[in-house]
Design a protein around this ligand. Structure first.
Ligand SMILES: Nc1ncnc2c1ncn2[C@@H]1O[C@H](COP(=O)(O)OP(=O)(O)O)[C@@H](O)[C@H]1O
Ligand SMILES: [Mg+2]
Length: 435
């Protein structure tokens, strides 16, 4: 084994510093890494290996051909979100035909998990809690193909049975795109008649529409509680469950993913309640033949975990779970590509990891000061859909160092204004709730 290809859709900087560590460790063993990416730019400091930028619209076949053309012995998908997981799972089929084993879930499993409705059924059957809901099929709604005159009323009755507020989510979207809260039957009606803005084909038909163009959605009960997410990495026979990451509050009003602190740390009651859920999730991964990583989004409420979705790919909080457990998901995936057994069982949490957004950026001098005072894992520009959101910062600390860390950050805040007052308040509340 000499060459491993990493397939990537979003900017590689979001994998800092774990991807570089994984690539350097492979190089030390005489293995070359190649990055085949379709977004952003990458320098040697971002990915110290072969780099090939491909067009954003690359087909799975073209992607597989580029990887095979480089002479890869194995490949690993580290793409997100879901449409790119599907692209890579399809490329995997082509790569494996060409004799290049690819660490990624099989296409069949990926196609089920990118679909929120299918995922809900899988979870329910596995014995996991899911929000009660129903599916709105866009073809039936718009009468494309088959006319079902009772369809709207059927949906209204279903909604009434569950009760408002409800949340509507496109079955295939990611990162909260297209999610709407329906507060009343009138909202549902407006939703059933909604405009074309979510239609991927809208640009093909600039003329007036005869029927509302929509995408299929899941409509489900709104659950209030603490949002959390967990990564599971491995392959049938051996899965590693990473520590739970807490990512904000869930309720009727949608919240920007990075609005709150995202953190991984002690939460005894939830960790205990999660043990059984983790076992069930692993069994589900096993039965689907998951290979590589899945990222499960959940809401913790009243002592139980309600599963929102299982993303068939690395998650948005991968850095956080690695930082809190001294593991490296990219190294685990590379080990699997090398045919080595992935680590099994739960990855023990080794301390706290906290992630927050510095909306006004992080000037180099302040970054240096920050790194002097606390353990800085990464600070890099967060780009979502081509728009910079500020710098995303991840720090870690051992348990027992909470007060010292709050003090160090408060001094930095007083001297430089960073972290912002609001962030400082949240960090203080998390680490020193009773100062
Ligand atoms: N049933 C629900 N109740 C409350 N909030 C929800 C519910 N479903 C989704 N959300 C909110 O929307 C966000 C995105 O939902 P999710 O199902 O993870 O889809 P995706 O991440 O693919 O957009 C969640 O993180 C949560 O804030
Ligand atoms: Mg999600």
């Amino acid at each position: 084994m000499r060459k491993i290809a990493f397939l990537r859709s979003v900017r590689i900087q979001r994998a800092d510093p774990y991807i570089q560590r994984a690539v350097r460790a492979l190089a030390a063993d005489g293995i070359e890494s190649g990055l085949f990416h379709t977004s952003g730019t990458a320098g040697d400091e971002d990915f110290p290996g072969h780099r090939q930028r491909l067009d954003r619209g690359v087909t799975p076949r073209e992607l597989a051909d580029a990887v095979a053309g480089w002479g890869a012995d194995a490949a690993v998908s580290i793409s997100l979100p879901c449409e790119n997981a599907l692209r890579d799972a399809t490329a995997k089929a082509f790569l494996e035909e060409a004799g290049i084993p690819t660490v990624m879930s099989p296409l069949t499993a990926t196609m089920l998990l990118v679909d929120k409705w299918e995922t809900k059924q899988l979870c329910r059957r596995a014995g996991l809690d899911v929000p009660d809901g129903f599916r709105i099929d866009s073809d039936l709604l718009t009468g494309r193909g088959l006319a079902v005159p009772g369809y709207r009323d059927a949906l209204r009755v279903q909604a009434g049975r569950i009760g408002y507020p409800l949340m509507s989510k496109p079955v295939w979207e990611s990162t909260s795109v297209g999610i709407r809260t329906l507060h009343s039957p009138a909202d549902l009606d407006a939703h059933l008649d909604r405009d074309a803005h979510l239609d991927p084909d809208a640009h093909l038909d600039p003329g007036p529409r005869q029927t509302p163009a929509v995408v299929s959605t899941v409509v489900e009960q709104v659950v209030e509680g603490d949002l959390c997410s967990v990564d599971i990495v491995g392959r049938p026979g051996s899965y590693q469950v990473l520590p739970l990451c807490w990512t904000g509050r869930a309720g009727a009003e949608p919240v920007f993913t990075f609005a709150d602190l995202r953190w991984c740390g002690p939460h005894e009651e939830a960790d205990a309640a999660f043990t059984g859920v983790a076992r069930t999730l692993v069994r589900l991964c096993e039965s689907l033949g998951v290979q590589g990583s899945v990222n499960v989004d959940m809401i913790y409420t009243g002592g139980r975990f309600v599963v929102l979705e299982i993303n068939p790919r690395i998650g948005g909080a991968t850095t956080l779970s690695c930082a809190a457990s001294d593991t490296n998901t990219f190294t685990s995936l590379a080990r699997m590509a090398l045919g080595l057994p992935p680590a099994g069982g739960p990855a023990r949490r080794t301390g706290w990891a906290i992630e927050f957004l510095a909306r006004d950026g992080l000037p180099p001098a302040v970054r240096t000061e920050l790194a002097r005072r606390v353990r800085l894992v990464t600070a890099h520009d967060l780009v979502i859909d081509g728009v910079s959101q500020g710098d995303i910062v991840v720090i870690t600390l051992p348990e027992g160092e909470e007060d010292r860390t709050v003090k160090a950050l408060t001094e930095l805040h007083e001297a430089t204004g960073f972290p912002a007052t609001e962030v400082m308040g949240k960090i203080g509340a998390l680490l020193s709730p009773n100062p």
